[in-house]
Design a protein around this ligand. Structure first.
Ligand SMILES: NC(=O)c1ccc[n+]([C@@H]2O[C@H](COP(=O)([O-])OP(=O)(O)OC[C@H]3O[C@@H](n4cnc5c(N)ncnc54)[C@H](OP(=O)(O)O)[C@@H]3O)[C@@H](O)[C@H]2O)c1
Length: 319
């Protein structure tokens, strides 16, 4: 089976490429910059130049493809760029998938995308989900609340650097997931007939409140976090005020995103469903505490070595 991966250089995409190669798939990746994506070639993937904003660059990469995993998205704050990649680019990819009679289209989306039409990215994700469902192409959609990797910037580094952490009062419990496990789910779903035409809410088995994540980081780093608490009501008011002004729409979007995450209902039963259909044993999936333990052990060792090196340098220069 030849698998086409879009977004193979991304945080999740690269793990999907690796997992697919390990599982014996032939992998072709659409990349914007072949030099920057050379590591994927070294792993064994074929690279084809393509850019979602340049439709004429896409058809060639669809030749001989059986399935597609689309892990691409833009991080741009500019709505024109966002529409170009996360809507118009996807329209073309879906059309090409129909034309070449792809056997499975795997799309990666965001939890609760349907509930937040006033956030451009969420609206685009929801529209693409609908587009794929209506296309007649066999599909599997995975929806995430977030990845462990994103929590490093949000919590771990801020604690190590003694920077304030924005925390919402009464935060919900959220099941994040390691990108290696998310990739495992995606690749495994390709060989499971029952996963066809399904939408899976995806996370690790244990859900965490932001206070619990902060406590965990404090324990593992041995440092106290500087927490700035903010209420959801205040966030909503701020979003409404900033939403009046065009220049501040991006601030408004960002605040709305915090609101999305904080509106997330407990989704344990949906996650149980995902694990049962994909036949995944929860003990094989990395949990957040183990992920952070590994991270802090590595960082604290690194800092200790750096400090020791600095001390040695200082002593030598004094002598
Ligand atoms: N991160 C999260 O917490 C989170 C949460 C829920 C859902 N998701 C979804 O999970 C998926 C993967 O997210 P991620 O965080 O791994 O994304 P990411 O690290 O930002 O990677 C995005 C990928 O898209 C590619 N891309 C961007 N613009 C492109 C274009 N014009 N043409 C072709 N490729 C383009 C990038 O290629 P370059 O290397 O060339 O830039 C990169 O490979 C996305 O669908 C995202 O919406 C993510």
């Amino acid at each position: 089976m030849t698998l086409l991966i879009i977004g193979g250089t991304g945080t999740l995409g690269r793990q999907i490429v690796r997992k697919a190669l390990e599982n014996g798939f032939q992998v072709r990746c659409i990349v914007r910059n072949k030099r920057a994506a050379n590591f994927l070639k070294e792993w064994g993937a074929e690279l084809v130049y393509g850019d979602l904003t340049l439709p004429e660059t896409l058809p060639l990469s669809f030749q001989g493809i059986t399935a597609i995993i689309d892990a691409s998205t833009t991080k741009s704050e500019d709505d024109t760029e966002l529409l170009a990649v996360d809507w118009y680019g996807k329209l073309i990819v879906v059309e090409l998938s129909k034309y070449t009679q792809i056997k499975r289209f795997i799309f990666l989306s965001i939890l609760n995308s349907e509930k937040y039409p006033y956030i451009t990215l969420m609206q685009m994700k929801y529209r693409v989900e609908k587009l794929i469902k209506d296309s007649g192409i066999p599909f599997t959609i995975f929806k995430y609340a977030g990845f462990f990797q994103g929590l490093i910037n949000q919590y771990a580094i801020r604690i190590l650097e003694q920077k304030p952490i924005l925390n919402t009062v009464k935060s919900p419990t959220i099941a994040y997931i390691d990108t290696q496990d998310a990739a495992f789910f995606c690749v495994k779903s390709l060989s499971i007939e029952e996963a066809k035409n399904k939408v899976f809410i995806t996370g690790s088995f244990q859900a965490w409140k932001s206070e619990e994540i902060i406590e965990l980081c404090e324990k593992l780093s041995g440092q106290k976090a500087k927490i700035q608490n903010i209420s959801i009501i205040l966030l909503k008011i701020l979003r409404q005020i900033t939403g009046f002004f065009e220049w501040s729409l991006k601030i408004s979007d960002r605040l709305a995103f915090i609101e999305v995450i904080n509106n997330t209902q407990s989704f344990t039963s949906s996650i149980e469903y995902t694990y049962s259909i994909l036949d995944i044993n929860p003990t094989e999936i990395l949990e957040l505490d183990s992920y952070f333990r590994e991270y802090f052990e590595m960082m604290l060792n690194l800092l200790e070595n750096l400090n020791a090196g600095q001390l040695k340098k200082t002593k030598t220069s004094i002598i």
